[in-house]
Design a protein around this ligand. Sequence first.
Ligand SMILES: NC(=O)c1ccc[n+]([C@@H]2O[C@H](COP(=O)([O-])OP(=O)(O)OC[C@H]3O[C@@H](n4cnc5c(N)ncnc54)[C@H](O)[C@@H]3O)[C@@H](O)[C@H]2O)c1
Ligand SMILES: O=c1ccn([C@@H]2O[C@H](COP(=O)(O)OP(=O)(O)O[C@H]3O[C@H](CO)[C@@H](O)[C@H](O)[C@H]3O)[C@@H](O)[C@H]2O)c(=O)[nH]1
Length: 440
Amino acid sequence: MKITVIGTGYVGLVSGACLAEMGNDVLCLDLDPEKIRILKEGGIPIHEPGLDAVVARNVEAGRLHFTTDVAEAVRFGTIQFIAVGTPPDEDGSADLQYVLSAARNIGRLMTDYKVVVDKSTVPVGTADKVKAAIAEELAARGLSLEYAVVSNPEFLKEGAAVEDFMRPDRIVVGADDERAVHLMRALYAPFQRNRDKLVVMDVRSAELTKYAANAMLATRISFMNELALLADRMGADIEMVRQGIGSDPRIGYHFLYAGCGYGGSCFPKDVKALIRTARENGQALQVLQAVEDANDVQKMVLVDKIVARFGEDLSGRRFALWGLAFKPNTDDMREAPSRVIIAELFKRGATVTAYDPVAMTEAKRIFGDEPRLAYAEKPMDALEGADALVIVTEWKEFRSPDFERIRSALKQPVIFDGRNLYETELPRSFGIEYSAIGRR
Ligand SMILES: NC(=O)c1ccc[n+]([C@@H]2O[C@H](COP(=O)([O-])OP(=O)(O)OC[C@H]3O[C@@H](n4cnc5c(N)ncnc54)[C@H](O)[C@@H]3O)[C@@H](O)[C@H]2O)c1
Ligand SMILES: O=c1ccn([C@@H]2O[C@H](COP(=O)(O)OP(=O)(O)O[C@H]3O[C@H](CO)[C@@H](O)[C@H](O)[C@H]3O)[C@@H](O)[C@H]2O)c(=O)[nH]1
């Protein structure tokens, strides 16, 4: 099938590459010439394990192409995936300007039947707006061409995006048009394997399903984070609690890890947007509002622990910080807890030496030439002479460190672990003060 992917960011590039891998002809469009230049020269503008090989293989096979030419892109695909950003507006609602501008481009330039697929995360009712934007452009051209608008939200996780796309738990397709459903079924047939993974529904339910999934996952995390704070006060261990409740199949083990707050480009934005949509429609989502508030508190937990140990005035103190990315296996720092922690430490007069296996370039872009933030080439280099170690991201390489070296490198042998990486007695057996989230 001939497919155009509009927006070659995270989701667009992964979707485009994976759809090419399934044998389709894919053209990826982006308005950012720098991104397209990098891709055309054989590079990858994001860090995502395994993606480079899929892109290279399909470019080589002639199935995957990149362009900044909007007219060429609209002409190319019968299926037009819209995978542009939907960042939060000032009021928390999703900013639809990129989605609607992509839709208008399609209406302005299409000459035959198109299935327009909303892959971006968009509020309920967006497909109607996309439909209307295309209709308006066609009317302005005096044309009445046929087209369908489908909702096909994406559930991939950064760091495991290729695997998630190629082996999805489910594929949600929201459509009110038989011909479009037929085409989507054919497109996703290779993903079906042992069972029918396609969940076909009406467009509005599909749009809401995406927010419901992220909101549910964020709720589990905030719930466990609040229980971890209680566990800290009561001398209980949240990891034991996780195992205890996770063994109930109605609850399950996933997404119950307490930590220093959820971040990333999706949970914070989508929780906000759903709260906003609900408010606009006269329905308060009280649970979800609490999920967001609890997460703001949680991003401060390590700072609170540091202040409790070293006092409110941290001037002259330097902290080693392991992990800048919002989670492992990505260089993405959008809404990362590290950003809040670093800013709060600065506010109290401290400086930071950070290490992250892949996100330091991104951190330099964000923090510029901030003199209070230094970078270490190796995890252990960050520790030399620092007052304590603060762990913010659970990169694999932090999981079994040389505790003896940590103890001797730090001025004070203290670890604040925001990701509960170690059995608590292990660092303590080396004479290290170890403070984690909700652990004994
Ligand atoms: N990042 C994820 O893990 C993830 C997962 C599932 C869903 N989503 C959703 O997918 C959408 C895209 O997210 P992302 O992280 O890939 O965003 P991103 O910011 O990485 O990429 C968006 C791209 O769209 C391009 N763009 C904007 N307007 C355009 C236009 N009119 N024509 C062509 N290109 C245009 C931008 O230049 C940018 O490269 C969002 O709605 C997001 O919520 C993201
Ligand atoms: O038990 C857990 C699991 C995750 N997190 C945190 O939650 C955030 C999000 O993690 P994750 O969901 O793995 O990353 P994303 O790439 O943001 O993926 C989420 O957001 C995407 C965009 O909508 C969806 O497609 C995915 O299904 C959804 O998992 C990160 O800060 C994690 O550290 C926890 O604190 N505890």
